[in-house]
Ligand binder design. Structure first.
Ligand SMILES: [Zn+2]
Length: 298
């Protein structure tokens, strides 16, 4: 059995040979595990999960694998600023193919009509149907709070300190700069009650604290310390998702980068839902708001 499994670049996990209808456990090179009979394996059957991956799933994994490889290769660069900027570009280029045309990606400052401003934000995803970015050059700019649907902080090293910092920025953004009360739509009741605040994530490439970040027990630390954040991803290792009910849920990496694919897919699915609802509410005739006038007129 081991010999056949090795030919498939996998392994037979059962230590005892079982004949007839009894099954043994196998693992494929993608680390999927399943049980099968000796007869089925001898007749050429192999991992049932590998065969089920669609071309879109495979392509998405390849995209992550590619950006991961590029980001790791940059590790050798000495200049911290350029290294960081290049990583941001790599990630924003990775996200773009998954966005429909109403969304765009930039970097910079988020501002509201009262002139309250965010910190420098690595990656800002905004809905370009709502308001345009101000002063945008080469995708660096100033973005009106109402149009921002998500932010991602990009770190080379990701540990507790970075999560604390990102959480602080997220709370400031959600509670203050993007607060519906301070928006140009603050007299639309439905807009305020929708409470469609930006989803804030943080993504990193190395962990200072070894694998602590990817242990189930890390949940206990995240709960009080990462409020404001929706998602955390350590590419190639694991990702955490803040579920409204049930707290933080962990996904460990596999060879297909399921952890990073979850990070991106859940983020986009979430903000998209709220962005549609938000756009619908502010586009009704009753909600006749002079959006741009609020910003640019005296
Ligand atoms: Zn498999």
């Amino acid at each position: 059995m081991q010999e056949i499994a090795q030919k498939q670049e996998g392994e037979c996990l059962s230590t005892e040979y079982k004949a007839g209808k009894k099954t043994m456990e196998f693992r494929c090179k993608e680390t999927h595990k399943w049980r099968a009979t000796a007869k089925s394996i001898r007749s050429g059957n192999w991992c049932p999960l590998c065969g089920k991956r669609t071309i879109i799933q495979q392509e998405a994994s390849a995209l992550v694998s590619n950006f991961h490889r590029q980001a790791i290769a940059l590790k050798g660069l000495h200049h911290k600023g350029i290294k960081g900027t290049l990583r941001e570009l790599i990630i924003s280029n990775f996200i773009k193919p998954f966005l429909t045309s109403q969304f765009s990606v930039g970097k910079g400052i988020i501002i509201n009509k009262n002139n309250n401003q965010s910190n420098e934000t690595d990656l800002i995803i905004y809905d370009n149907r709502i308001l345009p970015p101000f002063f945008e050059e080469q995708k660096i700019g100033v973005y009106p709070a109402e149009s921002v649907v998500a932010t991602i902080e990009i770190k080379s090293e990701l540990g507790k300190d970075e999560i604390l910092k990102a959480g602080e920025a997220a709370r400031e953004l959600r509670g203050f700069v993007c607060n519906p009360e301070m928006s140009v739509f603050n007299n639309i009741g439905k807009y305020k009650s929708l409470n469609a605040l930006p989803f804030c994530g943080v993504i990193g490439f190395y962990s200072k604290s070894g694998n602590t970040l990817c242990k189930k027990g890390f949940n206990d630390w995240l709960k009080p310390n990462a409020t404001g954040l929706s998602e955390i991803c350590l590419v190639g290792k694991c990702s955490w998702l803040n579920k409204t009910k049930g707290g933080w849920s962990l996904e460990l990496a596999d060879e297909n980068y399921e952890e990073t694919k979850r990070f991106i897919a859940v983020l986009i699915d979430n903000f998209r839902k709220y962005a549609e609802e938000k756009f619908r509410i502010i586009s009704t005739l009753e909600a006749d708001q002079p959006w741009l006038s609020y910003y640019i007129r005296r």
